[in-house]
Design a protein around this ligand. Structure first.
Ligand code: MF3
Ligand code: CO
Ligand code: CO
Length: 248
């Protein structure tokens, strides 16, 4: 069931999303080589709680941290650990915060020091996938046009589009209907309505689209070929004449 938000609910979504956006900016200012991914998570926890919000991922289905910090071949759901960030890494930081009963969710892939041209391009194209997908998006557009756009653009660069994980609706719950895949057939799926809030989150691999789910920790998703992966996500409000990107 898709929850179309009322104007009052949208106002609360804006506030949660503003906190997520600011947290990511705070991380961007401090993340650097030599830090552990756990230290990144501590920054996230500190910032979110200082805003009077709660990190939604903490305790979600047993997830042990306030953020997902996914380095290089880790696609998403990297559990913060003692892994040290080194020059040349690409690191996706994915954050969900809840305040007044509503969630905001966004992710960025940060560059650590001197990153190879190949990896920088992957990060750039992943971000572009998002912006191509929201171009022309508004009430009435078929849902799977989003995935069609992401997939077409990513594959035109020779990249693999992750299928095993998808974007999602968001609101009182971190994950609501509908699922928002990063692949699909143009002109299909439900028609978007004004007041829907969805997370569009391309997860793009330099090589194969295939991924593995960790048997050890139950969370970490890695590329099947060990090549790098990038992630870019925003919470998006659908309106009658376009979109409002709430976490930007
Ligand atoms: N923020 C993630 C998403 O984009 C979900 C986090 S999973 C959790 O959907 F386990 F870390 F909470
Ligand atoms: Co997220
Ligand atoms: Co999400």
């Amino acid at each position: 069931m898709i929850h179309v938000k009322t104007p009052a609910e949208i106002q609360l979504m804006r506030e949660s999303c503003r906190i997520v956006k600011e947290t990511l900016r705070f991380v961007e200012r401090h993340i650097q080589a030599g830090m552990t991914t756990k230290e990144v998570d501590e920054l996230v926890y500190r910032y979110i709680t200082s805003c009077g919000a709660t990190p939604s991922s903490l305790g979600y289905c047993g997830y042990p941290a306030s953020s997902c910090v996914s380095v290089n071949e880790v696609v998403v759901h990297g559990i913060p650990s003692d892994r040290v960030l080194v020059d040349g890494d690409i690191v996706s930081v994915d954050i969900t915060a809840e305040k007044n009963g509503f969630n905001g969710d966004a992710a960025r892939t940060f560059l650590i020091g001197n990153v190879s041209k190949e990896k920088r391009e992957l990060v750039e194209v992943t971000k572009e996938c998002f912006f191509k997908a929201v171009e022309g998006l508004k009430a009435g557009v078929p849902l799977y046009d989003i995935g069609y756009t992401v997939q077409t653009y990513a594959e035109s660069h020779g990249y693999g589009v992750v299928r095993a994980l998808v974007g999602h609706g968001i609101g009182r719950e971190m994950h609501e209907d509908p699922s928002v895949p990063n692949y699909g057939k143009k002109g299909t799926g439900i028609r978007l309505k004004a007041g829907m809030t969805i997370c569009i989150e391309p997860m793009i691999n330099m090589g194969t689209h295939k991924v593995n789910f960790s048997r050890e920790d139950g969370w970490t998703v890695t590329t099947a070929d060990g090549k790098p992966s990038a992630h870019y996500e925003n919470t998006v409000l659908i309106t009658d004449d376009g979109v409002e990107i709430l976490t930007l």
